[in-house]
Design a protein around this ligand. Structure first.
Ligand code: ATP
Ligand code: MG
Length: 575
């Protein structure tokens, strides 16, 4: 492909709306353009990158035995009512009525549609297992579409759904997908981790998220260097020793704490350490006021709390709501005498007595509080967020933290949809059984952004070779010169004939502009044909990832190039 004939409108200025680096660079390099909030057009270079990701995903899904289908974007409400999600899914589901007043939605995911397909076709255990997948455009009316391709409203996903006749089969289907995902992310040349994301809300289910490691990731992963433990901190269990003997606690008493709102202020004022204070957090769960208690030096994990309550919606109470519930300004809430409000405590709080808590009165706290004696706690469970250095739940080694971007998710669904939609088959004994399902998503378009979040520098994108729209940028610095252009064409033809995707910069532009654009667009390999080099019979090389420069002879170029390219690919962890 010749750049002079290509459409890659680069921008000098970063568009103000872009906050994260991948969004800035995708716009600046002319890979995408915004149509409206969270909805983008892929320009030629952007589409090539997207297709490269899709191709590898498709090859590995096929290799794992999954079968490709293409399901519709528009889905009837009836199916969603059958599964119960019409009500539950919330406003991310874009609903509309057609000209016949039929309620419909744009598919944010396809469990209903695929289960409906399979229930009408599969009758016998002999037809199982089956795994159907598609690479398709999803629509989710995200409340805050942002970060470009990272969180769009319209985005490309690979979603797969497995159907099995028994639990052993469902587990095998799950691990086959898990292994396929490992191969996919390795082939894409990304640094990633598979982390357990067991939500625990469906009996016997298990789930892993695949995280591309990047400092700018929205998710935080806790992982262990000594064993294979890795978990999203949203889900990671906070290890807690079993309760032992608890020293007796003197009677509770009120102490004045004028103007001391935060744990740190109260701790300093009363000369205790924050780990002797109980933090009382007032929340509103599905419209009902509830309270959560964690140690003063800990953070509440809202996901764990929400799961415990089985709440659809959970939010921190407003200052007015806190005052209404506790009869005190924010900063003085406590579990003693908090009438009518369900209180849940982190299990660490069962390891000791003699706590300092808010007194539910302005400028006052209670000390010597024994939660068992002085308050009504509905349960002591794991509610706190793990922190770096906490012991690994598997082996006890201190945990490390990293930031990640969720690019894939494998999930054992169990019977949730097959029961709701009556997807059954006849087993060996002729008995009707529900199919056991799994679902497996990959954010194909998000990967294009995530690979840039992981690989970029001040000059622009650094594309992994497998994703790069072109592997090689061939810069002809003397595009006006017939001899130089003939030589550039010759190299271009040889590279192209060898199946190496090459973009020839044949524009009549200054060398500085060509170098800048090649860096910005992030092609892994740059080859430069300049006047001096041509006279000496060499082409200059640059590995975009390391910045390392070198030379290759024009005489016997392809052999030398192929050998050198091996090294570039190995640097990306590719073989
Ligand atoms: P998130 O927590 O990031 O919203 P999710 O749990 O809603 O993700 P899934 O429903 O499991 O995601 O979808 C499968 C994959 O699709 C995700 O792993 C992610 O890579 C991708 N994905 C989800 N939502 C978006 C979006 N709004 N824009 C781009 N990709 C997305
Ligand atoms: Mg989501």
């Amino acid at each position: 492909m010749r750049l002079s004939r290509y459409y890659a409108p680069t921008l000098k200025e970063t568009p103000a709306e872009a906050e994260v680096i991948s969004h800035k660079l995708l716009l600046r390099a002319g890979l995408i353009r915004k149509l409206t909030a969270g909805i983008y057009t892929y320009l030629p270079l952007g589409l090539k990158a997207l297709n490269n990701v899709a191709r590898i995903v498709r090859e590995e899904m096929d290799r794992a035995g999954a079968l490709e289908v293409l399901m519709p974007a528009v889905q009837p409400a009836d199916l969603w009512k059958e599964s119960g999600r019409w009500e539950f899914y919330g406003r991310e589901l874009l609903r509309f009525v057609d000209r016949h007043d039929r309620e419909s939605c744009l598919g944010p995911t396809h469990e209903e549609v695929v289960t409906d397909l399979v229930r009408h076709e599969i009758r016998s255990y002999r037809q199982l297992p089956i795994n159907l997948y598609q690479i398709q455009t999803k629509f989710r009316d995200e409340i805050r579409p942002r970060f470009g391709l990272m969180r769009g409203r319209e985005f490309v996903m690979k979603d797969a759904y497995s159907f099995d006749k028994d639990d052993a089969g469902a587990d095998a289907s799950y691990w086959a997908m898990y292994k396929a995902y490992i191969r996919i992310f390795e082939r894409l040349g990304l640094k990633f981790r598979a982390v357990s994301a067991d939500s625990g809300s469906i009996g016997g289910s298990f789930s892993h998220e695949f995280m591309v490691l990047a400092d700018t990731g929205e998710d935080t992963i806790a992982y262990c260097d000594a064993c294979d433990f890795g978990a999203n901190v949203e889900k990671a269990e906070a290890v807690c020793p079993p309760p032992g003997d608890i020293a007796p606690c003197p009677p509770a008493e009120t102490v004045a704490t004028p103007g001391q709102h935060t744990v740190e202020e109260v701790a300093a004022f009363l000369e205790v350490t924050p780990d002797r204070i109980v933090k009382t957090l007032v929340y509103v769960a599905d419209g009902k006021t509830v309270a959560a208690l964690v140690r003063g030096d800990r953070e509440l994990n809202e996901v764990k709390f929400k799961n415990l309550l089985d709440a659809k919606d959970l939010r921190l109470a407003s200052p007015e709501e806190v005052t209404a519930a506790t009869k005190a300004p924010v900063g003085f809430a406590g579990p003693v005498g908090l009438a009518g409000i369900p209180i849940y405590a982190d299990r660490e709080l069962a390891l000791a007595a003699d706590w300092t808590v808010g007194a539910n009165a302005a400028d006052a706290h209670l000390r010597h509080v024994d939660l068992g004696r002085d308050a009504t706690i509905l349960s002591f469970t794991d509610l706190r967020q793990v922190a770096p250095g906490d012991p690994c739940p598997k082996c006890g080694t201190p945990l490390s933290f990293a930031k990640g971007i969720e690019v894939g998710h494998v999930f054992k669904l169990g019977l949730k949809y097959s029961k709701a939609l009556s997807a059954t088959f006849l087993d060996e004994a002729g008995k009707e059984q529900f199919m056991i399902m799994g679902c497996y998503g990959i954010g194909v378009s998000r990967i294009v952004a995530a690979c840039i979040e992981q690989n970029n520098d001040a000059s622009g994108i650094i594309f992994p070779p497998a994703i790069a729209p072109f592997e090689v940028a061939l810069l002809n610095l003397n595009a006006k010169d017939a001899d130089a252009s003939a030589k550039a064409d010759e190299l271009y033809d040889a590279l192209t004939a060898a199946g190496i995707e090459t973009l020839l910069d044949d524009r009549e532009e200054r060398p500085g502009i060509k170098f800048k654009d090649a860096d910005l667009l992030g092609f892994p390999i740059q080859l430069t044909l300049g006047g001096k080099g041509l006279a000496r019979g060499i082409v200059e090389t640059k590995d975009r990832r390391t910045g390392e420069k070198g030379e290759l002879p024009l005489d016997g170029f392809m052999d030398a190039f192929v050998a050198w390219r091996e090294g570039v690919r190995q640097g990306w962890g590719l073989d």
